[in-house]
Design a protein around this ligand. Structure first.
Ligand SMILES: O=C(O)CCC(=O)C(=O)O
Ligand SMILES: [Fe+2]
Length: 322
């Protein structure tokens, strides 16, 4: 499959690419090379078709964010769960995280808190989020498989047992026009400061207002334009642990000079709550000495979001680096 530079971040076409099928090896090599270099890759995919795009950004997200603040605040659940109001790191961003939305028919978080905010239910909201999650989950599994296979995890069972450790969540994000910002803490066009995600993989789908930027190895930034059919995939810190440091977490930020409202839909995989994440044993050896100690996810979340980790430029290294 074709892979071409966009600025200097690779774009790989994964449409119709299946494990072992035509184009698999080439796409796998391109995805992994970009991940090893930047912790990020752009992917062309049909996971968000025009109908789903419209359902997400034309209806579900605007409908949720238009709810009164006190209703949304009933969903506040902790430093990184539920409804997240604006913060110094992202002064015009509000977002909501929906866990296990992939289990649309089961006791989905989407339905539970859907019942909280819409007492008579909102099946179209739930279906949209759950279709998005299912499609993103398939893409997540493809990309994870590509990376781990390339790095040397060949055994299907080992790959499967990694994938079984993951939980999934969807986040919808809404950025008010920057000029509305009450605090000028991070400058007018910086909607979200540079950061690494905590996840194993994060997938970002932008609506029609630009903003996502990826940091290259030389410290410069490259914009990722919102193109229908293209999503950005980032490695998060937990993938860095799992790969024993072979895949860095991609540094990214959101910056838009246009004074327009912005929406994005995000999908994250991350090890299940309470788990302890370790480098896969195939990825530790003479050529690749152990770089991370076992990382208890809940303890790391506390350290990173409410504890001393906030003072570190690389909290992961501070917490469990060897
Ligand atoms: O909204 C976006 O485009 C990206 C947001 C993001 O990076 C995050 O929420 O971690
Ligand atoms: Fe992020």
């Amino acid at each position: 499959m074709a892979s071409k530079g966009t600025g200097r971040i690779s774009k790989v076409d994964l449409r119709g690419v299946e494990p072992g099928g035509p184009g698999w090896e080439e796409a796998k090599a391109a995805v992994t090379a970009s991940m090893e270099a930047l912790g990020a890759v752009l992917v062309v995919h049909d996971a968000v078709d025009p109908d789903l795009h419209q359902a997400l950004f034309g209806r579900a997200a605007p409908e949720f964010f238009a709810l009164p603040l006190d209703v949304k605040q009933r969903l506040v659940k902790g430093p990184i769960d539920g409804y997240l109001a604006r913060s110094p790191r992202a002064p015009v961003c509000e977002s909501v995280r929906i866990w296990e939305a992939t289990h649309g028919g089961g006791p989905a978080a989407g339905r539970n808190w859907g019942d909280v905010v819409w007492p008579r239910g909102n099946p179209s909201f739930r279906d949209t989020v759950s279709t998005f999650a299912k499609n993103m989950m398939a893409l997540e599994r493809t990309v994870s498989t590509m990376i781990l296979e390339s790095l040397g995890v060949r055994d299907e069972e080992r790959l499967g047992s990694h994938l079984d450790t993951l939980a999934y969540n969807v986040r919808l994000a809404h950025y008010r026009p920057p000029a509305d910002a009450i605090t000028g803490a991070v400058g007018n066009d910086m909607l979200m400061q540079a950061h690494r995600d905590l996840s194993t993989l994060s997938i970002v789908v932008q609506h029609d207002v630009e903003g996502l930027e990826v940091q290259l190895g030389d410290g410069s930034w490259v914009a990722v334009p919102p193109e229908p059919g293209t999503v950005a995939v980032f490695a998060g810190e937990m993938l860095t642990v799992v790969t024993n440091g072979r895949v860095p977490a991609g540094v990214h930020r959101v910056r838009t000079p246009s004074n327009r409202e912005r929406l994005s839909a995000l999908f994250f995989s991350q090890p299940k709550g309470g788990s302890t994440v370790r480098p896969l044993e195939e990825l530790v050896g003479e050529d690749h000495p152990r770089r991370y100690n076992p990382c208890n996810l809940d303890e790391y979340i506390e350290f990173r979001f409410t504890g001393d980790g906030r003072k570190f430029s690389d909290p992961l290294k501070g917490f469990c680096g060897v």
